[in-house]
Design a protein around this ligand. Structure first.
Ligand SMILES: [Zn+2]
Length: 186
């Protein structure tokens, strides 16, 4: 079996990143104005992502960056709040408010860069959290798939939805391994 060496640093690098400083340098973030544009990413010379945006700062108190793009067959369309703060040395500093909701709680962290992983853009903290919980989940599934008695014990012990889901995943993985084993033998 090939184990993927998918560390956190790579995870962030593999994302498309939306950098507010760059949008500003392109002239898209201007108080009192609205600007439309497209961001494109490439990896190894090949296109790896494209999104459309509308930076609407006509009302600086309700500024937002509307994002539209494809996720597989699906059209995604949502707005990310943009806010400005005034540093001591004057001028203004713009921030995204992270739009992700993790475990039913809206993140709303201030950040300068949003990363896309799967369907949505979000702050680095949110993506790290979801990445870590996915890794933990996958580890539990892998452990259980090696321990059929453990799956049975979990199902016998008044399981919650999460445990039942784990058992189904682990059983699926177990069957997959059995099939692989039989295929190798044939
Ligand atoms: Zn976040």
């Amino acid at each position: 079996m090939i184990r993927s060496r998918y560390d956190k640093k790579k995870m962030v690098e593999a994302c498309c990143a939306l950098d507010l400083a760059k949008l500003r340098a392109w002239g898209s973030i201007v108080a009192g104005e609205s600007h439309r544009g497209t961001c494109r990413w490439a990896r190894g010379g090949n296109p790896s992502g494209e999104i459309g945006y509308l930076a609407d700062l006509t009302d600086p108190d309700h500024a937002e960056l509307r994002l539209t793009y494809r996720h597989g067959e699906e059209s995604v369309d949502y707005a990310v709040r943009i806010e400005s703060t005034t540093p001591n040395y004057g001028g203004s500093r713009w921030w995204f408010r992270c739009p992700l909701i993790i475990g039913g709680v809206a993140c709303r962290r201030r950040c300068r860069v949003l990363y896309r992983r799967d369907r949505y853009f979000g702050c680095r903290t949110c993506h790290d959290l979801s990445y870590r919980s996915t890794q933990q989940w996958n580890q539990r599934v892998a452990d259980l798939a090696r321990n059929p008695a453990g799956i049975q014990a979990m199902l016998d012990g008044n399981p919650g939805v999460r445990e039942i889901l784990l058992a189904i995943k682990a059983r699926g993985k177990l069957l997959e391994q059995v099939r692989d084993f039989l295929d190798q033998g044939s």
